[in-house]
Design a protein around this ligand. Sequence first.
Ligand code: GAP
Length: 442
Amino acid sequence: MPVPDATNPDLMEQVVNLCKRRGFVFPSAEIYGGFRSTYDYGPLGVLMLRNVKEAWWRAMVQLRDDVVGLDAAILSSPKIWEASGHLANFTDPLVDCRTCRERFREDQLDDPATCPNCGAKDSFTDARNFNLMFKTYVGPVDEGTNVAYLRPETAQGMFVNFLNVLQTSRKKPPFGIAQMGKSFRNEITPGNFVFRTREFEQMEMEYFVPPDEGQKWFEYWCDERMRWYQDLGMPADQLRLRHHDADELSHYSAGTADVEFMYPWGWGELEGIANRTDFDLTAHGSASGERLEYFDQATGERYVPHVIEPAAGATRTMMAFLLAAYSEDEVEGEKRTVLRLHPRLAPYQVAVLPLSKKDTLTPVAREVLRLLQPHWMAEYDETQSIGRRYRRQDEIGTPYCVTVDFETLEDRAVTIRDRDSLEQVRVPIDSLVDELRARLGF
Ligand code: GAP
């Protein structure tokens, strides 16, 4: 797979435009002038985001026998966030420019003396800690006693359900609980498209291990997670694992490494892998009065497991795959845009294209579509010239097009066209599903 030019200064703009033009991601509330840094996933985006999450679930849950799933509530008790430390510590240092009134995260300013918006010198207020959790009220009266928070991470749902899962799944350490879903953070400086938004999706797994095995499993999950991105076509030279220095570590962490991606603006976080020790289970255990421990009946041993957490962002990961897949080349003297997405991530795996709109071809083309639909997402397109329809599919990353032509009426065969090699092969309709399965790999 060719490496897209990460130094292409227009890459971000090209991907954002493609997302809007082809229905991956729309700015939210656009007809009302938009709603800052909020996005809606369109017909293709919703397919691709599902595929990213499905690929994660497949690797983290389906193909393993030591990880089970969970879908915990988004709206949750303040007691969770008090015990986890989020109420006290989940803050960013906020400064205001007294001249232009813009707000910034102090730790993200290149020059702490100069406002990046208006250029004023020494105009910042003292930094104050700003809690990133969205607060709301449960029930009709806003009293202060019925405060609830939108979860800022999915992780805590796994810790507070540790005993429920342990008892019902009959797993023993090392074992994991995986969850995907929405999280909310009132980010001071959202931006870079869906890289940092206030509403986003996470894919997190908490892996509970015997206390003396933390380091071993931390290293194991760093390797596994790096491999996952590469198995899905992320070029190795656009990925790296960066271990945090001691002064960067979160209050709960005995070791953290970020999977970083080469974004158009430089290396940045894609996923964090942390050795959270027994911090969370101990904190929720003492706050709730429950013993969040594992008791080994065979040895009589009782302990609070340590936790290794690979925490990824689904929406951010989708953006990274789009950036890595975007490329432009030339076919027969014509420029084309291609998303070289892995077949598991592409919104459609196959498109059925009758050569002409003539009624004679429609029944057999529709028959081919119906044959493919139970297996993969298949699109049907009979508008415009065949060349333009190929380009449209290339641009959204469809790995294979199946062309139905007039000969099909005679020989009941169709042409498979490969997005990357442009190779075309003729196959009988009867063996089309097998042929595509062999090429797609699933
Ligand atoms: N439970 C640990 C945790 O939440 P995190 O590093 O804060 O760790 C994990 O978040 C991942 O979630 C990040 O690596 C990123 O991919 C994604 N993420 C975090 N904040 C985000 C935001 N505001 N917008 C989009 N994705 C975000």
